[in-house]
Design a protein around this ligand. Structure first.
Ligand code: NAP
Length: 272
């Protein structure tokens, strides 16, 4: 028998998501699940992929102890397997799974991006589920990109996006980056409107780095910069560099039924 289910629910805040969260609490009480806001072992996100980003960042300090489940109340999401009308089925499967280790969920783990931001005023570390971006606030971003401590290129343009495999279907896709299966432990560097002419030159193609590689981005002029980590953003005017690599930590999703990544891609982008 598995340990008791301690859950927490995060919803998007719209009426449908709030109502579904209420319905989840009612069903959970019937199955004797324990609500635990401090140390849940399952976190249910109700809304969209954006809601999962919030759920992930809320429990960032406990991600090794948590499995996430997503319920979508809009269009199908990459992190959300369950439809609104499937909530009773989901709770039933969650309840059955407590009885035996042989009953799903299967825990699926996805790679994350780790970044360390070095500023004149100090150093901070972050983990992203989707991506990290760096952009100039007042104009062109001027930055040096190193790969494995070797100069790779001088970048001038709107910005740089470094994404995880599961984030490759988000902002990265809009930038012409490749969609990457989340079993591949990698990070992807994609350019945001680079300047390319006789004087300035960048690679122009997205780059995929394996987990034992790292990239450092150095600020190369006095500039105000906008950094985003998933849905969060910060403005910085004393950036020295940002170091990026595949994190040693992973996010876990509890899969109570199979939903292959390529089926999600097809449903999200190709089906009407
Ligand atoms: P938002 O404006 O609500 O989200 C933007 C869209 O990205 C939403 O439709 C969201 O889906 C979708 N999305 C999030 N993660 C995804 C993923 N892994 N695969 C496919 N689609 C995904 O903003 P937010 O809720 O604060 O989310 C921030 C995210 O927005 C960032 O992580 C970034 O990836 C994305 N973004 C995209 C662009 C772009 O494509 N040009 C620009 C800026 C930011 P839901 O509707 O299901 O929540």
């Amino acid at each position: 028998m598995r340990p008791p289910l301690r859950y927490y629910v995060l919803d998007r805040g719209d009426q449908l998501s709030v109502d579904l969260a209420e319905q989840f609490h009612t069903l959970a009480a019937q199955h004797h699940f324990e609500m635990d806001a401090e140390s849940p072992n399952i976190v249910i996100s109700i809304g969209g992929d954006g809601t999962m980003l919030h759920a992930f960042q809320t429990f960032i300090d406990r991600i090794s102890d948590i499995a996430f489940v997503g319920v979508h109340t809009g269009h199908l999401g990459f992190y959300s397997d369950w439809k609104a009308d499937e909530l009773p089925e989901l709770v039933e499967l969650m309840s059955n799974s407590i009885l035996s280790e042989d009953i799903p969920p299967r825990i699926v783990k996805y790679p994350l991006l780790e970044l360390t931001i070095h500023k004149k005023s100090g150093t901070t570390s972050h983990i992203a589920l989707n991506e990290f971006t760096l952009k100039g606030v007042d104009g062109t971003l001027v930055a040096q990109i190193d790969i494995n401590d070797q100069l790779f290129e001088m970048f001038r343009g709107d910005g740089i996006c470094i994404s995880t495999p599961s984030g490759s279907t988000a902002y990265n896709k809009s930038l012409g980056g490749a969609m990457v299966h989340p079993t591949i432990e990698a990070l992807q560097i994609a350019e945001i409107a680079s300047i390319n002419n006789r004087i300035y030159r960048t690679m122009g193609s997205p780059l995929l780095l394996p987990k034992h590689h790292h990239s450092d981005i150095y600020s190369r002029k006095d500039q105000r910069l906008l950094l985003t980590v998933d849905h969060k953003n910060f403005t910085i005017d004393d950036l020295i560099s940002v170091s990026c690599q595949v994190s040693k930590q992973k996010i876990s999703f509890a899969r109570y039924r199979p939903y292959p990544f390529w089926n999600r891609v097809r449903s999200a982008f190709l089906e009407e």
